[in-house]
Design a binder for this molecule. Sequence first.
Ligand code: SAM
Ligand code: SF4
Length: 479
Amino acid sequence: MNGPRKVYIKSYGCQMNVYDSHRMADTLAPEGYVETDRAENADLVVLNTCHIREKAVDKVYSELGRLREMKDEAALAGRRVSIAVAGCVAQAEGKEILRRERAVDLVVGPQSYHRLPDLLRKAEREGHALDTEFPAEDKFDFLAPASREATRKRGVTAFVTIQEGCDKFCTFCVVPYTRGAEISRPVAKVIADVERLADTGVREVTLLGQNVNAYHGDGPDGKAWTLGQLLWRLAEIPGIARLRYTTSHPRDVDDTLIAAHRDLPALMPQLHLPVQSGSDRILAAMNRQHTTKDYLAVIEKFRVAQPALCFTSDFIVGFPGESDDDFQATLRLIEDANITTAFSFKYSPRPGTPAAEMDDQIDEDVKADRLGQLQTLVNRQHERFQQSCVGRTLDVLFEKPGKFDGQITGRSPYLQPVQVMGHPSLIGNIAPVTITGTRTDAKSLFGVVAQPAAQPHNAAVRPVVRRRRTNSWRRCGCR
Ligand code: SAM
Ligand code: SF4
């Protein structure tokens, strides 16, 4: 064989899938696979899929059709290409994928991907392999850690999964079926992962979980730790300057989390808190187990503790039975909570979920119309927020070169992309930037570096000096 084998991994859906894709690449690296960013070059193609909405599944099957042609052409040229389907579509569809698409060699669910190397060998021996179990072993104990080189390549921000699965069973959602019951990783293992990342220059870590604030991992003191407690501990790791977490559930917000937003400077002032609907009738039908009043009360608690906090959310329009009044209530909630960014979706019936069987399914054109109205409102609020940042000075963590010569790009505490003209040596550093304008579509901000970066480039070897309660974002609220 000439040189290392190449793997191309395509991620669909949420950040948890992006994280899982990195871990798959790390696990395949000791088997001699290096990552490529082009499917045509690959010996192994992995589609890491998402099953949340119907279109996502359709996209996977049409991508598999394209890959089949590519695989057939490679075979004619005497080259073997393997195709794996991983993630939640793999979990939900299982054998059906092998039946429907002859090009697929292996199907692996989200809880079994640490077994990828063995499954590949099995597929080579037997023609195909399938593993959609919820194994007793913890996959995180079997995944190879990322090499220093791989972590460096991925940049100065990183994801770490701390919680998986869900026991809440919202009536529209497949997650409890595809990702399984809720589990939290032990505190010591999360710390070890974050220390390893910090050691290679990562400055910002986003903790991931389907319900990340339901975290209750075993702590070193023998007690279950909350997310709030975990965040304090992670902020002590030298080099880690910023912490974020996603996705949260309004029901799982506790006082330790609110206090962390009040007192922990490393915790960024942006919180993704999905609500789905502004109608109590629809929230009950969704089995969300909270009302709009509960949601607004949680937001108010956060804002009292930390006035600078900015809220983003998820919405579903056209849930079965949603009337125009219900939808208007959702628009009101977006205004009342001042949601500045949202992921918004047309309700998509998922087989096996209770809502898919409900009467009063809503017409697609009504869903499309409501989605358009909702997005217009959110975009307006987003633009207003972007404009309110002009003239302010925000700390920016620089991540990579920009599109144009001499430009570098980073993120504000609110996760807004910010572009400045600056030296590439700033990448990996946090520097105050005075915001001078917004892009015409308000998607990103432009600014000028207000003063040289305070933090060392390789912060892993020198602890970050914490500027308690003086972060620029504490002077820039989005209310
Ligand atoms: N656990 C989070 C929560 O409770 O809000 C959400 C996680 S879910 C993986 C991500 C988002 O996908 C949801 O917030 C919801 O808006 C959307 N979603 C889930 N199922 C859906 C469906 N059947 N149709 C449309 N959107 C859906
Ligand atoms: Fe899905 Fe989130 Fe509801 Fe769990 S809480 S069922 S992940 S929407």
